[in-house]
Design a protein around this ligand. Structure first.
Ligand code: NBP
Length: 467
């Protein structure tokens, strides 16, 4: 009997679409799901000849070519450990487990170590692009043993999205690095989405534009330097109708999250990375989820009346475009700076130009401006901050006053724009040669004898400040 090239476990939306994508690429695929009805449902709906369903894990594993390649597409966390425990007794030396879920990178490091004891390879693979990407071409971020990656590479290259004919997959590095890059990718995604949603609320509440007019603005912006997948889908979302009018007006304003943004921020704190744009974007989702409290507070707490932009609308919208672009650059700078720190801490040797390069198609944060990142990192993989590269320096010089104008105008209107404000705060903090931290050091030394350094001579000092 013909053996399968790969097995996919987990027939929810991502697993089934990846299995179909792999089968479309000409590979024989075995599929398995804990609840057998989902496997039956895939078979009912798919016309691919080279997909075979299995209802017993032993049959599924027996059907695979050796070394066996098993792609897990199950819920991250306990479910992933559970399925690995189910598989472990049947695995042989050389078999490869590929975790394509959004697993926490420290879990990946642990699982990798555990499985290696039995000579089983473990790849922690970030897969981005949602259900559409899974079916038609995702961006793939594989981490783990290079020798195991080389065995699955042909499959990944066939199914990945293509940017100018180049597959959006690149070996990221050892153990948890692939999942780490996916985690930070998701953190950047949170910031990108939050920034776009702040621009939407400004156009709606301050420019007084209809959804159609806002959509038209995004459409125009999408033809320039802001061109990206997220702007493109936003343009389309704002045009979607239902029987009551524009569907967007009926979507409850409570943003949900699955935790990858939170992990990115937690890790940034450990690495001492200033990740304020992404962190504020996570907090913004948390505040949004307090809908009933917000409804109550809206009746109790006061703020200014919104004064609409009536004259110079075009100038205001152009400032808004520049503010969005500069803020987006700052969010990506922060995310990539975090990748640099993690790379140093874990000795991953991350190649930022390759990471930016595989983000250019198939994934949620794909954007034209990633071409700039690729060029910058090709030239200097360890640039201390993207804002210091000649290209982004230039944009910052030209656009910072627009960001400033937008932030000050909108804050005066009492409309919350945490990500735009954080971008400007970061920008100004980063370019300050003399900050207020001297006072913090003095306070620390005053109440806790924590000592301080001086700017006029070397050494460590303590002063009895209150004497
Ligand atoms: P879900 O994250 O909703 O997971 C559902 C799958 O996990 C089902 O197949 C379910 O089997 C299986 N599962 C669970 Br729950 N507990 C299990 C257990 N103890 N043993 C075996 N299987 C178990 O599916 P998804 O949205 O397709 O995502 C799959 C993975 O890909 C996740 O890690 C997710 O974070 C990641 N991801 C998702 C997206 C996206 O856009 N959805 C994008 C990128 C990455 P059952 O049918 O028997 O309950």
């Amino acid at each position: 009997m013909k053996k399968n090239d790969i097995g996919v476990i987990g027939m929810a939306v991502m697993g089934r679409n990846l299995a179909l994508n792999i089968a479309k690429s000409g590979y024989n695929v075995a599929i398995f799901n804990r609840t057998i009805n989902k496997t039956k449902d895939v078979m009912l709906k798919c016309s691919e000849k080279n997909i075979s369903p299995y209802f017993l894990i032993q049959d599924f594993l027996r059907s695979l070519k050796k070394p066996r390649r098993i792609l897990l597409m199950v819920q991250s966390g306990q479910a992933t450990d559970d399925i690995i425990n189910v598989l472990t007794p049947y695995l042989n030396s050389g078999d490869i487990i590929i975790d394509g879920g959004n697993s926490f990178y420290k879990d990946t490091i642990r699982r990798s170590k555990d499985l290696l004891k039995n000579n089983v390879s473990f790849l922690g693979v970030g897969i981005s692009g949602g259900e559409y990407g899974a079916l038609n071409g995702p961006s793939i971020m594989p981490g783990g043993q290079k020798s195991a990656y080389d065995i699955v590479k042909p499959i990944f290259k066939s199914i990945a999205s293509k940017f100018k004919n180049q597959p959006c997959v690149a070996y990221i590095g050892p153990n948890g690095s692939g999942h780490y890059v996916k985690m930070v990718h998701n953190g950047i995604e949170y910031a990108d989405m939050q920034l776009i949603s702040e621009v939407y609320i400004i156009l709606k509440n301050i420019v007084n534009y209809s959804n159609k007019e806002i959509s038209d603005v995004f459409d125009i912006w999408n033809q320039g330097e802001l061109n990206s997948y997220l702007i493109d889908i936003t343009k389309n979302i704002l045009r979607k109708k239902d029987h009551n009018g524009d569907l967007i007006d009926y979507v409850l304003d409570e943003a949900v999250n699955k935790g990858t943004g939170k992990w990115t921020c937690q890790d940034a704190l450990d690495l001492h990375e200033s990740l304020n744009v992404i962190t504020e974007s996570v907090f913004a989702r948390y505040v949004s989820s307090l809908k009933s409290q917000r409804m109550l507070a809206s009746k109790i707490l006061s703020g200014p009346n919104v004064s609409l932009v009536s004259s110079h609308k075009d100038d205001f919208i152009e400032d808004l475009r520049k503010a969005l672009y500069l803020s987006k650059i700052i969010a990506y700078s922060q995310g990539f700076s975090q990748l640099g720190s993690a790379s140093k801490k874990y000795y991953w040797n991350l190649k930022c130009h390759e990471i930016a390069s595989i983000f250019r198609s198939g994934c949620i944060i794909q954007a034209d401006f990633l071409n700039q990142l690729v060029e910058i990192y090709k030239y200097d993989n360890i640039i201390i901050n993207l804002l210091l590269s000649p290209y982004f320096q230039d944009i910052s010089k030209q656009y910072q006053s627009s960001l400033r104008k937008i932030v000050s105008y909108v804050v005066k209107q009492g409309i919350a724009i945490p990500a735009l404000v954080s971008s400007l705060t970061y920008y100004d903090s980063y370019r300050t040669s003399q900050s207020s931290a001297n006072l913090i050091q003095a306070q620390r030394d005053c109440f806790g004898a924590h000592t301080y350094k001086r700017n006029d001579k070397s050494g460590v000092y303590h002063t009895n400040w209150l004497e």
